[in-house]
Design a protein around this ligand. Structure first.
Ligand SMILES: C[S@@+](CC[C@H](N)C(=O)[O-])C[C@H]1O[C@@H](n2cnc3c(N)ncnc32)[C@H](O)[C@@H]1O
Length: 200
């Protein structure tokens, strides 16, 4: 197995990874996306074991926007997807969840914790982004810390496909070292791009 692929498949992730990005989502991006009045559609592409999508779900719950929202997490590793679906995490894995949110959305279970978001409509699916993307439109797509491990041409194809299924006015969240370079996507906040309002 090539070393880059090996590193990628480790699936390193954590709750609220990159605090500044989650602050932007909470304070600016999610409220702006919600202005349409429609329930939000959020896709975590390459979700690993689910911490990223559950973090967004907690922000939505905090702002009263979780009920009705459609959330999807996909990853190419079935084991990671199964783990995400279980919603079970060790004490070490949940330590970056802010205390107030942990108190509301975690329940002790065995020697760890289980996510408790009863009103969440979250689907999890094994899927390879190199083959297809999830049909949109999506208001928010998170594709973070994955493209850096891909061949540039393959990453470019994924960015272009994600831009296609992003709703006009929708937002795409990237990793710190990642830039999509897609014409329809303009910078919005650090690590967050916005698709133009007019569909191409
Ligand atoms: C480093 S983790 C990033 C997880 C999460 N997005 C984050 O930033 O915390 C990269 C994930 O991408 C997944 N992945 C790699 N190539 C993929 C592909 N072609 N399709 C779907 N998932 C892929 C891996 O299985 C791994 O879980």
């Amino acid at each position: 197995m090539p070393r880059a692929l090996d590193a990628l498949l480790i699936g390193v992730t954590e709750f609220f990874r990159d605090a500044a990005v989650f602050a932007s989502l909470r304070d600016d991006v999610l409220p702006a996306l919600a202005r349409t009045g429609r329930p939000l559609r959020v896709w975590s592409a390459a979700c690993s074991t689910g911490a990223e999508l559950y973090s967004v779900a907690m922000l939505l719950a905090e702002s009263g926007r979780l009920a009705g929202a459609r959330l999807l997490g996909t990853d190419c590793r079935p084991g990671a997807v199964g783990s995400a679906r279980s919603g079970r995490y060790s004490a070490a894995e949940v330590k970056r969840i802010p205390a107030a949110l942990a108190g509301r959305y975690l329940r002790p279970e065995g020697d760890g914790f289980r996510i408790a978001l009863p009103e969440a409509d979250i689907r999890w699916r094994t899927a390879d982004l190199g083959r297809s993307v999830e049909p949109g439109p999506w208001d928010l797509i998170l594709f973070r810390n994955t493209a850096i491990y891909m061949e540039p041409a393959a990453a470019g194809r994924v960015w272009a496909a994600l831009a296609q299924v992003l709703a006009p006015g929708g937002a795409l969240v990237t990793g710190r070292a990642e830039r999509p370079h897609i014409e329809s996507l303009g910078p919005l906040r650090s690590c967050i791009c916005r698709k133009g309002d007019t569909a191409p």
